[in-house]
Design a protein around this ligand. Structure first.
Ligand SMILES: Cc1cc2nc3c(=O)[nH]c(=O)nc-3n(C[C@H](O)[C@H](O)[C@H](O)COP(=O)(O)O)c2cc1C
Length: 356
């Protein structure tokens, strides 16, 4: 149950980071939708490690194999089994975590809860688990585009203290996002972000940042009262991504510093229905989509595993110097972009199918 997400469009992920494979099962995808491995591969390639000097040098091809649920390029309506082999596993990189929990990683909490740790690199807490999310999310993404024309695009909007200007009103495409290694559609700002990551990495340190996501053409009326609000589902989805630390929608936290008169979205006639002049609600009101673009942001912390010497403690309470070996991302943001898009697609496919 806790490895499963969604109600009508349901994703279950499985596998440990250094086990033989990692994957997912998608249940609830309607039949007769065109689907092939290359559609899923496109998004997996954007998540894959070893893409650039800004990401971990662990090198994985992450080739997707569809095991079931698709025949002759069409979904059958049965569970879709998805698998990716773990090729570049190096459990030796993680030998030390048996004695010393990595600061701000999940070793200590997993040990307290389960009394046992996967033999390497975080097991289910590793970002490798998100392979299954991105694969399943690519299917949800295709369903949303084919049926409703929904387009989901996320990009890196800040790294450490370097901010891009607000691009959420512009028609940014995934192609533009992928123009540079950091996945910020503003090339000038991207250069500064890359420099900030490189400066931190040189000192064996890491940095965090924020991803902005926009979902366009989402019909009005999607979302359930009261605990099934689209806002709440998006927040839960985003905060389930490893290293995420914050979620805000529309005017978000900054909106709290304004007056109601400044924050309200005034209605205007748009075609045969109503739209809003501004979009400070972020496309959702009362948990139900209002037809405006859904705009939200997700905060990611600086990567926990750093090779800098830091004073910590082993499991027995003895002071030790923590220095994390292995191949880690100095900043998780560029690889987290397709994960945010995948989780958004999973939520929207779910509420979209529920809306009927
Ligand atoms: C794309 C991506 C890559 C990541 N890479 C690393 C990494 O190389 N090293 C690391 O310590 N954490 C990495 N993380 C974060 C950890 O998986 C996460 O911090 C850990 O599971 C603890 O969970 P929490 O930070 O959500 O509390 C990554 C996260 C994402 C989304």
């Amino acid at each position: 149950m806790f490895n499963t997400f969604g109600t009508r469009f349901r994703l279950t992920t499985f596998g440990e980071s250094h086990g033989p494979c990692i994957g997912a099962v998608v249940d609830g995808c309607p039949s007769r939708m065109a689907l092939s491995e290359d559609i899923i591969q496109k998004q997996l390639d954007r998540r894959r490690p070893g893409q650039s000097s800004l990401t971990t040098q662990r090198s994985e091809a992450d080739r997707i194999v569809i095991l079931s649920g698709v025949e002759n390029g069409l979904t059958l309506g049965s569970p879709i089994g998805l698998m990716v082999e773990n090729a570049d596993k190096k459990p030796s990189d993680y030998g030390k975590i048996i004695e010393v929990p990595r600061p701000s990683h999940a070793d200590f909490t997993y040990k307290v809860k389960y009394g046992i740790l996967a033999s390497s690199g975080g097991g289910r807490a590793s970002a490798r688990e998100t392979v299954g999310r991105v694969a399943g999310g690519a299917i949800a993404d295709k369903l949303l585009f084919d049926r409703f024309g929904v387009q989901i695009v996320a990009w890196v909007s800040s790294v450490a203290t370097v901010d891009a200007y607000d691009l959420s009103c512009e028609m940014i495409s995934r192609k533009e996002v992928d123009n540079n290694e950091i996945r910020c559609p503003d090339d000038k700002v991207a250069e500064k972000m890359i420099a900030a990551i490189e400066r931190a990495a040189k000192r064996n340190d890491s940095v965090g940042g924020v991803i902005t996501c926009v979902c366009r053409n989402v019909p009005a009326g999607w979302g359930e009262p009261v605990f099934g609000k689209t806002t709440a589902l998006l927040a839960a989805a985003m905060l389930s991504i490893p290293a995420s630390r914050g979620f805000e929608i529309g005017s978000g936290f900054a909106g709290t510093r304004t007056f109601g008169s400044q924050n309200n979205d005034m209605y205007v006639k748009k075609g045969k229905t109503l739209g809003t002049k501004t979009n400070r609600s972020g496309g959702i009101q009362g948990g139900i989509t209002n037809g405006e673009p859904i705009v939200f942001r997700v905060a990611f912390k600086p990567t926990a595993s750093i090779a800098m010497a830091q004073k910590s403690s082993n499991y027995r309470g003895k002071s030790v110097i923590s220095m994390i070996k292995g191949r880690h991302d100095p900043c998780v943001l560029p690889r987290a972009v397709p994960i945010v898009e995948a989780m958004a697609a999973l939520v929207l496919a779910d509420v979209g199918l529920m809306a009927g």
